[in-house]
Design a binder for this molecule. Structure first.
Ligand code: MD6
Ligand code: FE
Length: 212
């Protein structure tokens, strides 16, 4: 009974807008951050450039069978890191399983990520509005996990500008973007200076995708 009542007061998952599902404090932050540290030990964070030659302020690397990549030749998924020639570190099986279970709860059965992009935000860094559109199948969701410093995730509409719907994301939160949400612009506001016990002043975000 008590459990039922708690579920009503603090639901595990909330659908904030069509296709946008938020799970507050869902993941074991230390477990996920240890995976990030192990991946970074193999392939350090770096700033890629856009096809137009602009430096991307958010530093990123990938895990999985393929990794999102950007340079003068365009946006794409690469099977190997073009800089080192190495495969991306694998997504650990226990992590992949946690993501699959969360996606199923939001109505996306059998979501098995083949790629995880890890973003690193330092104070002052923001992510400009974009749509993730380099994946083959838009019926597949993207599952995002936030660690460390908090940030404001902004959801626009099918156009880049206009008034944003703001979602504060804190360490351990899991957000799912699926269905109609796969086609909306979104971004992250400039990171404020903070001091988080896990990461210091950094925000880490992992986005799990089925890219190929
Ligand atoms: C971030 N996230 O939270 C950036 N994209 O740092 C994204 O760009 C994102 O959270 C697609 C789906 C979910 C996301
Ligand atoms: Fe995105």
């Amino acid at each position: 009974m008590q459990g039922d009542l708690l579920t009503i007061i603090t639901p595990e998952m909330e659908e904030l807008a069509p296709g946008i599902f938020l799970f507050r404090k869902y993941v074991d932050e230390a477990l996920f951050y240890n995976v990030v540290k192990a991946a970074v030990a193999q392939i350090p964070f770096r700033h890629m450039v856009t096809p137009g030659g602009k430096r991307i302020n958010v530093a990123g690397i990938s895990m999985g069978d393929c990794g999102w990549y950007s340079d003068r030749r365009g946006y794409r998924y690469e099977l190997k890191d073009p800089i080192t020639g190495k495969s991306w570190p694998p997504i650990p099986g226990d992590i992949s399983q946690i993501i699959t279970v969360a996606a199923a709860k939001a109505g996306f059965p059998n979501f098995i990520p083949d790629s995880c992009f890890i973003n690193k935000y330092e104070p002052g860094v923001r992510l400009t509005a974009h749509i993730d559109q380099d994946e083959v199948d838009f019926d597949q969701p993207i599952v995002s996990v936030s660690l460390g410093a908090s940030a404001i995730f902004q959801v626009f509409g099918e156009k880049r500008g206009g008034k944003a719907f703001n979602i504060p994301l804190h360490s351990g939160d899991l957000l799912i973007f699926g269905g109609p949400a796969r086609r909306v612009y979104h971004g992250v506001k400039k990171l404020e200076e903070q001091n988080h016990p896990l990461t210091g002043n950094l925000r880490i975000n992992l986005t799990f995708r089925k890219a190929l």
